[in-house]
Design a protein around this ligand. Structure first.
Ligand SMILES: C[S@@+](CC[C@H](N)C(=O)[O-])C[C@H]1O[C@@H](n2cnc3c(N)ncnc32)[C@H](O)[C@@H]1O
Length: 241
């Protein structure tokens, strides 16, 4: 099992380096990053997952845990008609709204502070729901010292259990529930949790990236009801160095 203290150290290092508000270059474009928000400029996972995703162009997209808004704002730029972005961390909600303004998609976007789906009572049903989750397991009773740690770790996988239980209530007929995991996640435990909620995890696409700790696989998975037996092939793609 992945040593979760590494994830907590990455959160601490990221917080220590941050300014209140920074402009960073991401693939030749300038994005705003606020202190205490998960930075796609300093982790490979966000861009690796962006490359694996296909947006429902002309449709609706919900991102849970939007952080800086890299994914949700790009959904708006790709032509999604309606984009909702939520995060538990209020700084992330502000950060997503700032980048939505910067890239001219604020009119298509609704940014909401929410613990998963809790504040989405007035939201529409979505064609695609996506969460690049804090998929490193830590014990349920671990003391969380800063909300930023919840960008990396999920105590007792409680938020994942709720995602598997609740996401289908927010998806339009024929829509898809996606989750972005990595090989740092305790995959067998997540699969068992999904199954208890009547769901299974099926691979959509994967990319392997060389990280300081060694190769890490970033995996885009679909959360599918157990009774849905349609095959979902796994493709492999190269990630960013
Ligand atoms: C790995 S980061 C991904 C950030 C961003 N989507 C990206 O790709 O750069 C996970 C995000 O999920 C958020 N998060 C964690 N638990 C959450 C919850 N229960 N409800 C909503 N957001 C949550 C974190 O605050 C964090 O912004």
């Amino acid at each position: 099992m992945y040593d979760y203290t590494q994830a907590l150290r990455r959160s601490e290092a990221s917080r220590a380096n941050g300014h209140e508000q920074t402009d960073v270059d991401i693939r030749g474009e300038t994005w705003t990053i606020l202190k205490g928000v998960f930075s796609p400029a300093h982790h490979n996972s966000s861009l690796a997952q962006l490359d694996l995703l296909e947006f429902p162009v002309g449709g609706s997209f919900l991102e849970i845990g939007s952080g800086t808004g890299l994914i949700a704002v790009n959904a708006g730029r790709a032509g999604c008609r309606t984009v909702w972005a939520t995060d538990l961390n209020p700084a992330a909600v502000t950060n997503t709204a700032l980048n939505a303004e910067r890239f001219g998609v604020a009119d298509a976007m609704t940014c909401v502070q929410s613990d998963l789906f809790a504040s989405l009572t007035a939201a529409p049903l979505f064609d695609v729901i996506y969460w690049h989750s804090n998929n490193v397991w830590v014990p349920q009773d671990l003391e969380i010292k800063h909300i930023h740690e919840l960008a990396y770790v999920d105590p007792g996988y409680d938020a994942h259990r709720r995602y598997f239980a609740e996401a289908r209530n927010h998806v339009a007929p024929g829509g898809r529930v996606l989750i972005a995991l990595s090989s740092r996640a305790a995959r067998a435990d997540l699969e068992a949790l999904a199954e208890k909620e009547g769901q299974r995890l099926t691979g959509v696409r994967s990319a392997v990236v060389r990280e300081p700790e060694g190769p890490v696989s970033y995996d885009l998975l679909e959360v599918v009801p157990l009774q849905d037996t349609a095959p979902h092939p796994i493709e492999s793609r190269r990630g960013h160095p």
